[in-house]
Write a protein that binds this ligand. Structure first.
Ligand code: TRP
Ligand code: SF4
Length: 545
């Protein structure tokens, strides 16, 4: 991609509609606003948030994901994303973990990657299309794109035979290609065939033990070993773009049920690093972030008080903390350390921690740190460097000396689609979802018979308007049928809630669009089917069982 077709950072992604009425905002945000502002509207919401990768995925209250799991709201960084995808603009992608480095890389034309995986347990359906589109979009924005078939997981966690897996894998791959994935530029693989992934999984497995997997995933004594192996395999999948190439920001687009995997992968990525980088204020180690914050506050308060010649001493900081801060565990621990450091000057610095470095790597890092530095047994303090420089330097030295140098992987989370029959969209209820392999006429029929957010009578609908926010058919428009055309999605929404649109005609229009979409999609699948052999992915495994 050239700089010319990349939107500038200041460009407003939605200028054309954002300037209009408040109603536009309603249209784009109403659904997320509703879910975010009042989890209480959903009676089932109370304790319904469990993130279980192998459970049934419904999330009745997205707000809890922010509060309980620390997932961040996507809307907050939307402005920093160049040329955002319509799923981002419409709040379908509602959350993320640490997506900023990816957005930054996109803006600065730096390398980044996107990877997601698919368990080949059935036909790909319109829910999977969201993830296909997300991978493809990141590829089009200039990222390295990876899509993998999680066949080991399907075999171990779901018990599918290899024949079934092969057939489904082929269908996933065809739909991904038909939707625009560029296999020349991107990477497609299946877990069982990727030796590098298996090797990485083995290494990562050294850093995770059974109790940890047990507490994250609810594994117990009955859990089979291969299921556990499929977890470390997924960890390796997630980090694979950074070993196949160099360390780089990587986004994993998935449903929020996969968040436990993302969190574990972020932990493991840090555990295998040679070096960690933190901020520090004195030679001693703090016990917690809170304690570090306390030192930072003391430093900020005292820095101005003493003249440039006089250093702020640890004992002065102890005095300040005792007079300003309520006593608690953190205060106690900070004061104790500051007192025993006594006259040592308090000074901000970045600290390189030796986590798993080889001796040569540690020596090389000492050499590489510019400016004033102090070297200890297991860390190096640098006084003339900021944190970002330190991160980059430590990673460079690490990679040069045979380490991984991983950046913690990022994720984005999309909403689950509502089933066409109401309730959740489920692969096991054909009428609830539309398979990408459905006969276009069946797709048409399913939409025609879908549940709606309409009123009992046409008269009431004209009077009160429909409930687009509760309507699976509107969701089809917003998530798929409108494509990139925001004006069209907005029109449907406003006509619906304004009472100008009645469900019969609305469904007819949606059903026709669905038929067209499926027609077109399947035609493209056919075209790719003839070229599948040329691709670097083996869709006939010769495994037993
Ligand atoms: N566990 C995922 C699922 O259930 C599939 C998967 C395997 C995956 N490896 C991955 C998803 C890596 C994202 C990234 O669908
Ligand atoms: Fe849903 Fe359309 Fe009816 Fe509105 S008019 S409730 S969007 S089917």
């Amino acid at each position: 991609m050239t700089d010319d077709d990349r939107p500038s950072e200041t460009e407003e992604p939605l200028t054309d509609v954002a300037d209009e009425t408040e109603g536009d905002w309603e249209w784009r945000r109403s659904e997320s606003a509703r879910l975010l502002s009042d989890g209480g509207t959903d009676a089932a919401g109370a304790d319904d948030v469990a993130l279980d990768p192998w459970g049934s995925s419904t999330v009745s209250d997205y707000r809890k994901l922010f509060e309980q799991f620390g997932i961040e709201e996507f809307d907050e960084l939307l402005d920093g994303v160049p040329n955002p995808h319509y799923l981002m603009r419409r709040g379908v992608i509602f959350g993320h973990r640490d997506y900023r480095p990816v957005a930054r890389a996109m803006r600065d034309d730096e390398p980044f990657a996107a990877l997601s995986g698919f368990m080949p347990t059935g036909d790909p359906h319109i829910g999977h299309k969201l993830v296909f589109d997300e991978i493809i979009w990141h590829q089009q924005q200039g990222g390295d794109a990876y899509a993998l078939i999680a066949d080991l997981e399907a075999h171990s966690a779901r018990g599918l035979t290899w024949d079934e897996i092969d057939e489904h894998a082929r269908n996933y791959v065809l739909s991904l290609l038909a939707l625009g994935f560029d296999p020349e530029d991107g990477t497609l693989y299946r877990q069982s065939d990727n030796r590098e992934v298996q090797d990485l999984a083995f290494e990562l497995g050294i850093e995770a033990n059974f109790s940890e997997l047990g507490s994250i995933y609810g594994f117990d004594g009955e859990t089979d070993v291969s299921h556990m192996q499929s977890v470390v395999t997924q960890m390796a999948d997630i980090l694979y773009p950074q070993v196949a190439d160099e360390p780089k920001p990587t986004v994993i687009p998935v449903g929020p049920d996969q968040d436990p995997h993302v969190r574990l992968s972020r932990d493991l990525a840090a555990r295998v690093r040679y070096f960690g980088v933190t901020k520090a204020y004195a030679s001693f180690e703090v016990a917690s972030e809170a304690e570090r914050d306390l030192l930072a506050a003391a430093w900020a308060a005292l820095e101005d008080e003493v003249g440039a010649e006089e250093p702020v001493r640890c004992e002065d900081a102890a005095d300040w903390i005792e007079s300003e801060i309520e006593p608690d565990e953190t205060r106690h621990s900070a004061v104790e350390k500051l007192r025993s450091a006594g006259k040592e000057p308090l000074r901000p610095r970045v600290r390189f921690l030796d986590r798993n470095a080889t001796e040569e790597a540690f020596e090389a890092l000492i050499e590489a740190v510019d400016g004033e530095k102090r070297v200890y047994d297991e860390h190096i303090d640098a006084f003339d460097m900021d944190r970002a420089e330190a991160e980059a330097l430590s990673r460079e030295v690490e990679v040069d000396h045979g380490g991984y140098g991983f950046l913690p992987p990022s994720s984005i989370y999309h909403r689950f689609m509502t089933g066409l029959t109401g309730g959740k969209m489920s692969s096991s209820i054909p009428a609830s979802h539309i398979s990408l392999l459905d006969d276009p006429e069946d797709g048409y029929d399913k939409v025609r018979s879908a549940t709606t957010g309409g009123r009992e009578t046409a008269e009431k609908q004209r009077e009160l308007g429909g409930e687009a926010d509760e309507c699976p058919v509107y969701e089809l428009y917003a998530y798929l049928l409108s494509g990139d055309d925001d004006e069209f999605a907005k029109e449907v929404y406003e006509e619906c809630v304004g009472g100008e649109r009645l469900c019969g005609g609305c469904k007819e229009q949606a059903a026709e669009l669905m038929r067209e979409f499926l027609d077109d999609h399947q035609e493209k699948r056919e075209e790719w089917a003839d070229k599948l052999d040329e691709l670097d992915i083996d869709l006939d495994s010769d495994r037993k069982r």
